[in-house]
Design a protein around this ligand. Structure first.
Ligand code: PHE
Length: 338
């Protein structure tokens, strides 16, 4: 039996030594240790060995298994290392990796998402409307008479059909009041169009965010509190906010909102960020006429409205000097917001 075990071991070690890759090494392992392997079969033969020799033969078998297993493991490492080395041949693994370009959000998207997030927490729901509007929803319902300069062909893009590119998203407020009863608490972010001369602070399209709250007993303090809170959330809790009397056809009283800007290396200055006011009863009357009911009877409901340009807010927030950077899609500019 001893010779038999010796020769099984010698044969196995020779096969292992000769194996050049993982596959032939595995064949060598199966040939000796597999179910029908030479050592496995020899171990099965122990039942025929005389009782007094069983212990000695068992030891021999175990010793052979240990030697063979050790040789297999050692060779396995060597084979793997050789395979790795071959795979890397000709590749300089000390070269720095190739950077993967990841995209990032556009500054306007970042700002719009933050603004919407703040207003939604205060209970404002998102509302939408068409960008190609009619004069009623853009102007007439908003107490903006036919001779108002905003309606001039020099200021607004008209189509031959008489329709126009909305000059503000206030038209969405009108549409919402036509289709919903009070209380109405909505925000309408979206594009607005004006025939402005294009320069560092004007484009012919800009991104607006307007809001409207109509219910019983909505007051001027509600308007002030809501917008002060909004701008402090957006620009920092220390931000100073002031309301300056102004005129809009669709609100009375009306205000422009300024925040105090503390730019690095500059004296602090007030800068205009939004328009707002209490909805003019004339607007509710136009809505009532269009709805043919008294849900928005100005004797019963009051409301406030506000509107701001997101492009402008982004420029203030990040100190962007030229509005055109926001539409040029120059990666060198956009990367700074990643
Ligand atoms: N619609 C105004 C604009 O586009 C902004 C505004 C909205 C002002 C609501 C007051 C109230 O300039």
């Amino acid at each position: 039996m001893k010779e038999q075990i010796d020769s099984i071991q010698a044969e196995a070690l020779a096969a292992i030594a000769a194996a050049a890759d993982e596959r032939s090494l595995d064949d060598a392992r199966v040939a000796v240790l597999g179910k029908k392997g030479t050592l496995t079969l020899a171990a099965a033969g122990i039942k025929d060995v005389p009782k007094e020799d069983k212990a000695a033969v068992g030891q021999l078998l175990n010793a052979a298994r240990t030697v063979i297993t050790g040789a297999l493991e050692e060779k396995q490492l060597a084979v793997r290392e050789a395979a790795d080395r071959a795979a890397l041949a000709g590749i300089d693994i000390t070269l720095p990796g190739r950077a993967v370009n990841t995209g990032s959000l556009h500054p306007l998207t970042i700002l719009r998402d933050q603004a919407i997030g703040i207003l939604r927490r205060m209970g404002f729901a998102l509302a939408e409307g068409p960008e190609i509007e009619d004069e009623f929803h853009c102007f007439d319902a908003l107490n903006t008479p036919a001779d108002h300069p905003a309606r001039n062909e020099k200021d607004t893009f008209y189509f031959d059909s008489g329709k126009l590119l909305r000059t503000h998203t206030s038209s969405v407020q009108v549409r919402t009041m036509e289709s919903q009863k009070p209380p109405v608490r909505i925000i309408a972010p979206g594009s607005a169009y004006r025939r402005d001369e294009i320069d560092a602070t004007h484009l012919s399209v800009f991104n607006q965010l307007e809001g409207l709250y109509v219910a019983e007993d909505v007051s001027l303090p509600d308007l002030k509190g809501t917008l002060e809170y909004f701008f402090r959330e957006l620009f920092g809790t220390e931000t100073e906010v002031r309301f300056r009397p102004h005129f809009f056809p669709f609100t009375e009283p009306s205000f422009e909102i300024d925040v105090k800007l503390h730019a690095k290396g500059q004296a602090p200055r007030w800068i205009e960020v939004a328009g707002c006011g209490m909805v003019d009863p004339a607007v509710f009357e136009a809505i009532s006429k269009s709805r043919k009911d008294d849900a928005f009877d100005p004797a019963k409901v009051t409301g406030f409205a506000f509107g701001m340009g997101l492009d402008r807010l982004a420029m203030i927030r990040w100190g962007i000097k030229d509005i055109r950077l926001l539409i040029e899609n120059d990666a060198r500019f956009l990367k700074q917001f990643a």
